[in-house]
Design a protein. Structure first.
Length: 412
């Protein structure tokens, strides 16, 4: 009987992780649908790379500002319905981007897409934290991060291929409609994703809600987690958004070669994430895994910036940086989840991951300006510095979570 119950629980965990992962894949697919098309949009609309970077800044600013609120709404109203709404909003916005007739039409669409994107991390990670068995949580976080990375890896190959053999408009329309299909999948499985939310005992307990929330998000561990996400998103966002443009303009790579180099980084990032999930479930020293990954990623990205070499060498260095960066993600999420135990997980994940959007929103303007001012190697220098600065923040998170509080109970 125990074996049957264990098998049923395992099947349930697989289904939950698969559905959440599908939503996360679509989110990252849409996030990176536009940047690989920047060289095309640059020529078609006669705008600068800084102006194109502004589109991503608007997107990530809206996502970051909305994410903290989304975390609170997740704790109050439940994650599944917000997740469906977020995917659908992003899908519609991406499809409409394929119909624009001027650059300026991208800005409001980026705003709405960013608001849709704001729900993913607090909703996804709350569902996984509440609904997946404790012993599989590291791997669940790994699959979650892996699905997002695969979305990033798929986007540049898909949109550039469709743009080459069809049109960039068709590529964006296809991704938008794919996201709407994913929203339907999540909606159909909403009962499997639902979990019991904490119920406050008395009306008096609701009075200090705001002050309690501020005290939790203002704690050193949460602020260090926030700083970690700002730095790693700044570095990763800069590479993902402008590596193709930097490699094309500064390294003499053809557009296809530059795109494949970025894809090598993203595929390696996915592989590293899968390995990181196994490590996160098998060690209590997740901080060491995360710190080592950040320092190693910084070293390989710096090699890309400083060493002139053939495309194969650059792609290899990018791939190694991707593996190192990917290994850190599951351990990072376990550390943050441990810090959130006993608090509203949606609120904590929402606030901490808003740092991801802050870093991602500032990166495009700086990296776009580097390209416009003919400093393409600076893209990789800035990314390496940010990765290196992220390593000490992990140690601070570790120090504050050395004595984890009891995890929230699962609801079956």
């Amino acid at each position: 009987m125990t074996a049957i119950a264990s098998a049923a629980r395992g099947n349930r965990d697989v289904r939950i992780v698969a559905v959440v992962g599908a939503g996360h894949f679509s989110s990252h697919l849409m996030q990176l649908a536009l940047p690989p098309l920047f060289p095309i949009l640059y020529a078609q609309f006669g705008v600068s790379f800084t102006e194109l970077g502004l589109v991503m800044t608007v997107f990530y600013s809206a996502s970051g500002l909305g994410q903290a609120l989304a975390g609170v709404l997740v704790d109050r109203f439940g994650a599944p319905r917000l997740l469906v709404a977020g995917i659908a909003t992003m899908g519609v916005s991406t499809a409409l981007a394929g119909l624009i007739t001027s650059y300026w039409m991208l800005l409001p669409l980026a705003l709405f897409a960013g608001l849709g994107n704001s729900v993913f991390h607090p909703a996804d990670l709350s569902i996984l934290s509440h609904r997946v068995s404790e012993g599989r949580l590291g791997r669940a976080f790994a699959v979650h991060a892996l699905s997002g990375t695969l979305g990033f890896a798929t986007a540049p190959v898909f949109v550039t291929a469709v743009a080459a053999y069809g049109s960039w408009r068709l590529a964006l329309l296809a991704i938008g409609f794919y996201a709407l299909a994913t929203a339907s999948l999540v909606y159909a499985n909403r009962a499997h994703l639902a979990y019991a939310r904490r119920v406050e005992a008395a009306p008096a307990a609701r009075v200090p809600r705001l002050s309690g929330y501020l005290s939790v998000i203002g704690s050193p561990v949460v602020m260090m987690g926030f700083a970690y996400f700002v730095l790693t998103a700044f570095a990763g966002g800069g590479v993902q958004t402008f590596a193709v443009a930097a490699l094309s303009s500064g390294y003499g790579f053809a557009l296809g070669t530059a795109t494949l180099t970025l894809t090598a980084y993203l595929v390696a990032l996915a592989g590293g994430t899968a390995l990181g999930g196994l490590l996160a479930d098998r060690t209590e020293n997740q901080h060491r895994v995360a710190m080592a990954g950040m320092v190693t990623a910084a070293a390989f990205i710096l090699v890309v910036a400083l060493v002139a070499g053939p495309a194969a060498l650059i792609a290899s260095m990018m791939a190694l940086a991707g593996v190192a960066n990917g290994i850190t993600a599951p351990s990072r999420d376990v550390l943050i989840r441990r810090a959130a135990a006993g608090s509203g997980m949606g609120s904590i994940f929402g606030f901490v991951y808003s740092g991801f959007d802050l870093g991602s929103s500032t990166a495009p303007l700086l990296f776009g300006a580097l390209i416009d001012h003919q400093v393409p190697h600076g893209v990789f220098v800035a990314a390496a510095v940010a990765f290196a600065l992220a390593a000490p923040t992990v140690m601070q998170v570790r120090r504050r979570t050395a004595r984890p509080r009891p995890a929230a109970a699962s609801a079956d």
